[in-house]
Design a protein. Structure first.
Length: 659
């Protein structure tokens, strides 16, 4: 970990320790030399530069590469292994790649390397209504004509706060090549679809006003097919997608040509720091020689503010927020207003601001979230989780719930829920059951209605010790069990007055086989949910299979009820016992617990009502995992990456409408 150097006199201390031009092999300097693993690794002088910038003001511009500027606080994303890369950082390196002429001429043809900002404009203009498109043709024409002079256009595609990947618009082969470090994980690449729609609209606008000179035979890019170039993942963590994308831009040679150099997860871990050193120390960085003086800070701030207001789209980060987002403008507007001293300048500024806000309101009405349904949101979250394999990341505590007893779930434990060969961990099961109970009580908040469903977790099953004989069972603390099995902290109610009591039972611990006992208190009936096939021995009298379980559950239930409900006089043995009609299939235990949770949630009083195919192993797991991650009582929600949290919030919004 880097140490922070003590700040010294700003007028004496330089940001950069060396005035010599450091030589780097990245971006690639020639086609003939391969990039080696050591080219991704920082040397002593690199680390010295990085350490020195930590004491610089957050708003100080430390990188200026041919007009692409990056402030110190934006560069911080390169100092943390788990940070999502900012678009400005990526664009600065893309600008460096543009300086290498050989990277514009590769085996598959000529290349135009687009930056993240202009790509975000294409995505924006593909998403909004066409009537809101900027009618000015000049800047669109320049961009489009640039594209059409090349065989291929490389576009960095951003899933907001979540993922980066590369799209190659191949004008010669009339295809869109997708290079994604996570492999083929998305059925509908909506961000790319909107970007291509935006490109098509720009081409159409220019074609109406001028004759286009182009190397492309077919300008209907919206009709071109998408080709996924990587079917398996190269990325194994949750944050290095931007680094992979930069290297794809640097190494991709064209259709059928593949990558010129290898890219590994280990290299990307090293490249995160190396990229920072390259941006700071490269010859093209105009800020390399600037002293860190207070005077320079003020001058830079003033210049930057005026430039923002003159050309608002130039400076905004389209991939992080859309073009006229409020918080991007307000801080700069405030500083600029305070610096204005004469009335004429203030009046001119006021008019300019009014025009800008009018345009902003028009655009704001057209910005909508990508039209993702529950399925795609589930897929994205789960695919992201499965890419992470670094020990430090996996040990992070994503979910913590304190009541009625502590449950702490690491990312590793959560990730295991998607492993098709593993059963569900008790803590994960109990957290999901807790979430179901919370939702049941939340629905009744502010009403006088009785609680219809009482959910238990596996604490009751553990007390029953169903897999042990009488002589091997330990003594049960019924007072403690009553607190865990019959009470929830969010509302006090009498369990006896509930319509149904749902008791999940782990009946065979070694194999992870689960049953569900549903007590229908109004009908005095016990429904037994068991999805394992019935042996021939029990086909004539199916209830015989459960005789011992019913007796043991009845004994424990009667004892624990005496603690919480002294007036309890029911006996489970005297209930009407029924085996619920459910789909049965061979189970090795890995999916049994998940299906019991589905049954608990989907019980409507007569049947288990769910559209989920309960023998679709992975789909069932994803549903239960999303239940777990969307528990609103999670004390560690901030530990979940923001992009994942955003997807979870949208998932909650969609699913809550169905309830």
């Amino acid at each position: 970990m880097l140490s922070v150097t003590k700040p010294c006199n700003k007028q004496e201390k330089e940001v950069y320790p060396s005035r010599s031009v450091l030589q780097y092999n990245k971006p690639k300097k020639t086609d003939t030399v391969k990039i080696q693993p050591q080219d991704y690794v920082c040397n002593a002088e690199d680390y010295s530069t990085i350490e020195n910038i930590l004491s610089q003001p957050k708003k100080k511009v430390l990188v200026d590469i041919q007009g692409i500027t990056v402030e110190r606080h934006i560069l911080e994303c390169l100092l943390h292994d788990n940070r999502f890369l900012e678009g400005d950082v990526l664009s600065a390196y893309i600008q460096l790649m543009r300086s290498e002429k050989h990277l514009q001429n590769r085996a598959g043809g000529t290349i135009f390397l687009e930056n993240t900002f202009n790509t975000s404009i294409l995505q924006r203009d593909g998403k909004i209504n066409e009537e809101y498109l900027d009618p000015k043709v000049d800047h669109i024409a320049k961009r489009v004509c640039n594209y059409l002079e090349y065989d291929m256009v490389f576009l960095p595609i951003n899933i907001k706060d979540f993922h980066w990947y590369l799209a190659v618009v191949d004008g010669i082969n009339e295809e869109i090549h997708v290079l994604d470090s996570l492999g083929k994980t998305q059925e509908n690449r909506w961000e790319l679809v909107y970007t291509i729609i935006g490109l098509q609209r720009h081409i159409d606008i220019v074609a109406k006003h001028k004759d286009i000179q182009t190397k492309w035979k077919n300008l209907q890019v919206q009709d071109w097919k998408f080709n996924e170039e990587f079917t398996s993942a190269m990325q194994t963590d949750g944050s290095s997608c931007g680094l992979f994308m930069l290297n794809y831009m640097e190494y991709w040679r064209g259709k059928g040509k593949g990558l010129s150099d290898s890219v590994t997860q280990g290299d990307m871990k090293n490249f995160r720091f190396k990229l920072l050193a390259i941006l700071l120390n490269c010859q093209q960085n105009a800020r390399k020689w600037w002293l860190a003086s207070e005077t320079d800070d003020k001058e830079e701030e003033s210049i930057d503010e005026i430039e923002i207001l003159d050309r608002p789209l130039k400076k905004s980060r389209g991939e992080k927020s859309y073009a006229y987002e409020e918080d991007l403008i307000l801080s700069r507007v405030s500083n600029y207003i305070n610096s204005i001293s004469d009335a004429a300048t203030l009046e001119s500024f006021a008019k300019k601001l009014a025009d800008m806000l009018q345009n902003a309101n028009a655009h704001a009405l057209t910005f909508h979230d990508l039209p993702m349904g529950e399925q795609e949101l589930r897929d994205r979250v789960c695919n992201y989780i499965m890419t992470i394999n670094q020990d430090i990341a996996l040990e992070q505590k994503w979910v913590v719930s304190e009541k009625p007893y502590p449950i702490v779930l690491s990312l590793k434990k959560i990730q295991s829920m998607l492993n098709k060969n593993e059963g569900i961990h008790d803590d994960c099961f109990n957290l999901v059951a807790r979430k179901f109970a919370f939702e049941e009580l939340e629905k009744l908040k502010g009403t006088n209605k009785n609680v219809s469903k009482h959910y238990m977790d596996l604490k009751f099953s553990l007390a029953c010790q169903l897999s042990k004989g009488d002589e091997y069972r330990t003594k049960v603390d019924y007072n403690q069990l009553a607190k865990f099995a019959l009470e929830w902290p969010w509302r006090k109610y009498n369990v006896k007055e509930c319509t149904w009591i749902l008791i999940p039972l782990q009946t065979v611990t070694a194999c992870g086989i689960y049953n569900l006992f549903i007590l229908d208190m109004s009908r005095r009936a016990l429904y037994i949910v068991d999805q394992t096939p019935k042996p021939d021995l029990y086909k004539i009298q199916p209830l015989k299979k459960y005789t011992n379980k019913i007796q043991r559950v009845s004994t424990v239930l009667n004892e624990v009820m005496k603690v919480s409900c002294p007036w309890w006089r029911d006996d489970l043995i005297l209930f009407d016992h029924r085996v619920a009609e459910v789909n049965q299939f061979e189970l090795n235990g890995d999916l049994s617990g998940y299906n019991v949770l589905l049954a608990m949630h989907a019980w409507n009083g007569k049947r288990i009502e769910t559209s989920i195919c309960n023998n679709d192993n992975y789909e069932v797991r994803k549903h239960i995992l999303l239940h777990l991650l969307t528990y609103t009582g999670n004390k560690n929600i901030a530990n979940i990456p923001k992009g994942v949290r955003d997807h979870l919030e949208r998932y909650i919004s969609l699913t809550s409408k169905k309830q």
